[in-house]
Structure formats: C-alpha cells, structure tokens
Design a protein around this ligand. Structure first.
Ligand SMILES: [Zn+2]
Length: 133
C-alpha cells in the first residue's frame, strides 16, 4: 500500500478537513479572497495571513471530461470515469479538480452539484466525489 498522505504537505489541511467530512480552501484574512492551489502567500495581496475556511460543499460544474483510456494499469478497472472542475459559490475563484458520479449522468455546465465524502483507507486520502444536487 502506498502512503499518499505526506507527499504534498501544502495540501495537508485540505485532507484533514476532508477527513472530518468538510471541504475547505485557503482564504486570505486580509483581502478575504480564496485561492487554490494552496500557497504560503495570498496570490491577490501577498498577505501571509491565510486561514483554511470550510465551504458548504454546494458546487457548480465548470467543465468535465470522460476518461476512457487507462494510462496506467492501476486505472484499467476504473475506466470510464469522469474528471471535472467544480466551482463553489461560497469560495469564488476556486476550481477543484475532482470526479463526478455516476458516469451515466447527462452533465451540463453550471449544473448544481453536491459532494459525497468517502472515508480514507489506512495510508490513503479521503475522497470527494460530486453528483447532481
Ligand atoms: Zn489577500
């Protein structure tokens, strides 16, 4: 089993929040704006005063694609699967790369989505998947 919990420490708060059943993004305490991916400095005002702020999870579909070719053997039994960018009305500017489910849904840009957070197996990260709200 691969330990995938420590290879990108800047994402640790994201996984910790997800493990508690919530989605959170970095928000600047000086200008109030969210950003993604995590950074030590606010990309908008360069403040170092950044706080991870939970969102409701209500999201909107920005874009998606269906992956039908397994680029590694690990994914052979997972195809087809749907990869998406989703936006959060309560975290403007954030677009999270994630998965959609089920694969037979007719997706539309801007459609309302809701998250399902799956607990992590040992040594793995929790997972969030979005479906039609
Ligand atoms: Zn800022």
């Amino acid at each position: 089993m691969t330990d995938e919990t420590n290879d990108e420490p800047e994402f640790t708060p994201f996984w910790e929040h997800l493990g508690r059943g919530e989605i959170a993004f970095p928000r600047c305490l000086d200008c109030g704006r969210h950003h993604w991916y995590p950074k030590a400095l606010c990309p908008w005002c360069q403040s170092t005063r950044i706080e991870w702020t939970p969102v409701t999870g209500a999201a909107e579909l920005y874009s998606w694609t269906v992956v039908r070719h397994a680029f590694t053997a690990e994914y052979q039994d997972k195809i087809p699967y749907t990869v998406a960018l989703v936006e959060f009305p309560d975290a403007p500017g954030v677009r999270l790369l994630t998965n959609l489910s089920p694969d037979d849904t007719t997706w539309r840009g801007g459609m309302a989505l809701k998250p399902t957070i799956e607990a992590a197996d040992e040594g793995k990260r929790p997972k969030v998947v979005f479906s039609a709200a």
